[in-house]
Design a protein around this ligand. Structure first.
Ligand SMILES: [Zn+2]
Length: 353
């Protein structure tokens, strides 16, 4: 095993004080934490090294042994060199004092990332501190520790993520490149949230770390608010070799300037001139896809009249041959800036009536 220079990792001289070590760890942990380095996988390795270095140098007794024996100190320790196991649990592994005001990963970790509340693990069945965003929880209790039996493979959780789509996309379907926030089991603690009797510093005890991934997702035509588009196998990580869960994209259709959707039907407005309204004529109506079709406006069409265009509405999800209708409401605009002649002609029309 290669000797690791924990002082070098924490960028400190061997004479560093306890406070120096603590602040170096704080600074480097913040810098390399996977939550803030989602596009830089190497940061995770740095973070592990920094955490490992702090596990040792941040503990006076471990540091003493490390200074004496190097990074192989644990082997000497187990071989009986341990002179003072007062804080230990009798097996040569040291337990960590979470409540110590001078240290403890708990304190440091929380002070790096703010309140404890959002970082604590959700317990199965317990009151989860939810909030928006992908739901993440670990199930370290399901690993079968202490039961003596090999843990059974377990499918990962489904993860829900909101997805905004335009009405055009809902109208004709689309393919989208998405950055999804999934998770994977923390490799530092093997998903247990604990490492050498302490809260895992890489995942903060959650047992999982973020797994940002770009995906190409097909959005089928006809999706509506609340539709869940399933992307198989892109959810939370499975346990003990179980398969990943699914990613569920919860659709929200954005408002459109020209169309209002009501179920499968579309409602829109067409503006026509006074002359078309009175004499009749052909107007052009566009679909959300941009394709245009002619609508024949009969003579003497009243303002506010609604025409129904059968099968020109939204496609129905999972029913390729069904469509809703389109309703076109007529809005008549009156001429303005009339010339004297025009005004006289309107006067004549009025007198005729
Ligand atoms: Zn972990």
């Amino acid at each position: 095993m290669a000797q690791k220079d924990y002082y070098k990792i924490l960028e400190l001289p061997r004479t560093a004080s306890e406070q120096d070590i603590k602040s170096a760890y704080r600074r480097l942990a913040r810098k390399y934490h996977p939550d803030v380095n989602q596009d830089n996988p190497q940061a995770t390795d740095h973070f592990k090294e920094v955490s490992e270095a702090y596990e040792v140098l941040g503990d006076t007794e471990k540091r003493q042994k490390y200074d004496q024996f190097g990074s192989e100190w644990e082997r000497y320790d187990k071989a009986g060199f341990s002179a003072n196991p007062s804080r230990g649990n009798g097996s040569g592994n040291f337990t960590y004092d979470y409540t110590s005001p001078n240290g403890g990963f708990g304190d440091i970790f929380d002070s790096i990332f703010g309140t404890t509340g959002n970082r604590t693990r959700q317990r199965p069945g317990g009151a989860a501190s939810g909030g928006p965003g992908p739901s993440v929880h670990t199930r370290a209790n399901d690993f079968g520790f202490g039961r003596g039996a090999a843990p059974r493979p377990q499918r990962g959780d489904d993860i829900e993520q909101p997805l905004e789509v335009t009405l055009e996309e809902a109208y004709q379907g689309s393919t989208r490149q998405l950055q999804v926030q999934s998770t994977e089991l923390c490799s530092y603690c093997n998903g247990t949230g604990m490492r050498t009797g302490q809260r895992c510093t890489l995942c903060g005890g959650r047992g999982v770390v973020p797994r940002p991934k770009r995906l190409e997702v097909r959005i089928p035509a006809g999706v509506d608010d609340g539709t869940k588009v399933k992307v198989p196998g892109e959810g939370g990580p499975g346990l003990s070799g179980g398969p990943r869960g699914d990613l569920l994209l919860r659709v929200q259709v954005l408002p459109h300037p020209a169309f209002v959707r009501k179920g499968p039907d579309l409602h829109t407005t067409a503006t026509i001139s006074l002359y078309t309204a009175v004499l009749g004529g052909e107007i052009i109506v566009a679909s959300p896809k941009g394709s245009k079709f002619a609508l024949n406006v009969p003579a003497e069409t009243q303002n506010g009249k609604i025409f129904r265009l059968t099968n020109q509405g939204m496609p129905v999800l999972n029913a390729p041959n069904s469509r809703g209708d389109m309703y076109v409401k007529i809005e008549v605009t009156l001429p303005s800036n009339l010339s004297d002649t025009e005004r006289q002609l309107f006067q004549q029309l009025k007198d005729l009536r």
